[in-house]
Design a protein around this ligand. Structure first.
Ligand SMILES: NC(=O)c1ccc[n+]([C@@H]2O[C@H](COP(=O)([O-])OP(=O)(O)OC[C@H]3O[C@@H](n4cnc5c(N)ncnc54)[C@H](O)[C@@H]3O)[C@@H](O)[C@H]2O)c1
Length: 271
């Protein structure tokens, strides 16, 4: 359903790898809601990915950028403004990668080169994007930036290993930068803490299938889908949420506030 919530708004959407990606759904919804935007991803991902299909469907241009590379991010923000014809109103940071997770390395034995890479790709990248945008004055007043995160930043999930620490940093960067950018330009920055979702990044975590089912049984509303996450991101980009900034907002069907559910107790044979 479209309410044209983003009519006339210009955006940058990172992280659409394939049609399962949360960013893919955000792009589809942003298009439905009347936004124009640029799609971006790391050059290496774009060769493999299907981003061109999404670009055709949403009538958008693709500007490749490795989110760890300040020069490429600078080019992204300059070119996006040229293509879209003005300052950027919303940015989706939907980027996550851990080599330690990919290689199944346990938390207590993390490889620090991989850890550093994960921090750069998944957390510093938000700081770099915001720093570039602020220097270029590329985001309009009351613009909205959303980065996707996971609750492992607050609670321990053994197989999420270094991404837990990296997400904690991402959320902190959103808060800290939210203060500075808010004060100077009224740009707002939030993180959305999403349920486990069946995507390439999500499914890479060991035991993801069982964990997905567990979260679904704990949450009174069930796991939030990628589509509903996209709906929420659209609301966060819209003017209806213009006084919300520096927050980490749970979009998880009630999971984060539930201790245990009847469903899980029954599965354990206690009821
Ligand atoms: N899937 C889940 O269970 C879940 C839950 C909560 C939060 N998240 C977060 O949502 C975001 C999107 O992930 P997703 O689940 O849609 O998976 P995804 O694999 O579809 O998206 C991750 C994206 O990050 C991009 N990326 C990796 N390295 C990059 C780089 N150097 N520069 C630019 N882009 C790069 C990938 O190409 C990919 O498009 C991530 O931040 C992830 O941590 C996912």
């Amino acid at each position: 359903m479209s309410y044209n919530l983003l009519k006339g708004k210009r955006g940058i959407i990172t992280g659409a790898l394939d049609e399962n990606s949360i960013a893919w759904k955000v792009a589809e919804k942003a298009h439905e809601h009347g936004a124009t935007f640029v799609l971006t991803n790391a050059p290496i991902a774009m060769r493999m990915g299907e981003i061109k299909k999404l670009a055709e469907k949403t009538n958008s241009e693709i500007i490749p950028a490795d989110a760890t590379n300040v020069d490429e991010l600078t080019n992204l923000f300059i070119k996006s403004q040229e293509v879209l014809g003005g300052k950027i109103d919303f940015v989706l940071h939907s980027i996550g990668m851990s080599v330690n997770i990919r290689k199944n390395i346990p938390y207590a034995e993390l490889n620090y080169d991989y850890f550093t890479k994960g921090i750069d790709v998944s957390a510093f990248s938000l700081h770099k994007m915001l720093s570039v945008a602020k220097k270029l004055d590329a985001i309009s007043e009351w613009g909205s930036v959303v980065a996707l995160t996971y609750m492992a930043a607050q609670r321990t999930y053994p197989f999420y290993t270094d991404m837990a620490d990296i997400k904690a940093m991402l959320e902190s960067i959103a808060r800290s930068f939210g203060y500075h950018y808010g004060l100077d330009k009224k740009v707002r920055i939030n993180t959305v803490s999403q349920s486990p979702t069946k995507t390439t990044a999500g499914s890479g975590v060991k035991g993801f299938g069982d964990f997905y089912d567990y979260a679904d049984k704990i949450s009174p509303l069930g796991n939030a889908s990628a589509e509903s996450c996209a709906d929420f991101c659209i609301a966060m980009f819209s003017d209806l949420t213009r006084m919300v900034t520096m927050q980490n907002i749970y979009h998880d069907g009630g999971y984060s506030s539930t201790g245990v559910s009847v469903d899980v107790m029954e599965k354990l044979g206690k009821l």
